[in-house]
Design a protein around this ligand. Structure first.
Ligand SMILES: *[C@@H]1O[C@H](CO)[C@@H](O)[C@H](O)[C@H]1NC(C)=O
Length: 238
């Protein structure tokens, strides 16, 4: 038989283990502390957890990404992106009354690989092809603005959830684009458009990135929300 004391000690131990799991507690308006806690939790947030139904976000796998712009259309089949665990959150500002969260994400080297199909015009040049691709980014800066909501868990406690978000993405150093088999392997035409893309990496990323970022962030947020349901607000803020 356990004594009441042993049961209490065990419960306290379990509770403190649970508390230390994700976002270390901070005082409500201490955004320096909160930013540090969230950055410490980031690798875990981006990891798979079968119990919670969370898929890995680094590597992050998507079935299909479609871009449908007026001049250019593309599909990325089973793209896999790596590098999110190296991102750092900065300038975190949360307002729990207004239920808003602002933050900036600096990602030093994201890389996406998979198969592609593309056709249309890449600014001044025609582009056409299908095959393997690899996009290696240098640094990316992502500005995120979330609308949050309070969710009541099965335990009747209040939890936070990211309801919707807006993002602004900016490549801040050169990106390398490698698309195999452009123009059915006609080397002259393929080299010309690839050289152009690599020289004009900023404009090319501005043109093509939105659907890619959208799908990636949707998945990251949906997984993040599952983790957020493991830590009630009264544990996150003390
Ligand atoms: C998955 O999440 C559960 C519930 O929060 C936790 O108990 C478990 O340790 C996690 N598993 C891994 C591998 O992180």
């Amino acid at each position: 038989m356990f004594s009441i004391f042993e049961i209490l000690a065990l419960t306290t131990l379990c509770a403190s283990v649970a508390q230390s799991e994700l976002i270390a507690p901070c005082h409500l308006n201490d955004m320096v502390c909160f930013e540090k806690s969230v950055n410490n939790a980031l690798p875990q947030f981006l990891s798979e957890n079968e119990t919670l139904g969370v898929e890995s976000c680094d590597p992050l796998k998507i079935d299909l990404i479609e871009g449908d712009m007026s001049d250019i259309k593309f599909k990325l089949f089973s793209p896999i992106t790596t590098g999110f665990k190296k991102c750092v959150l900065k300038n975190v500002k949360m307002n729990l009354d207004a239920l808003t969260l602002h933050s900036e994400l600096d990602c030093p080297n994201l890389e996406t690989t998979g198969k592609y199909e593309i056709s249309g015009r890449l600014m001044t040049l025609p582009i056409e092809g299908s095959g393997d691709f690899k996009i290696s980014a240098g640094t990316y800066k992502i500005i995120l603005d979330f609308d949050l909501e309070n969710v009541v868990g099965n335990d009747n406690k209040a939890y936070l959830s990211m309801k919707s978000f807006k993002q602004k993405n900016e490549a801040t150093s050169p990106i390398s684009f490698d698309f195999k088999n452009l123009f059915n392997g006609q080397k002259d035409m393929a080299d010309k458009v690839l050289t152009y893309a690599n020289q004009n990496w900023k404009q090319v990323s501005d043109l093509l990135q939105e659907p890619i970022w959208n799908e990636n962030m949707k998945k990251i947020i949906s997984n993040g929300n599952k983790y957020l349901m493991t830590e009630p607000l009264d544990q996150m803020f003390i």
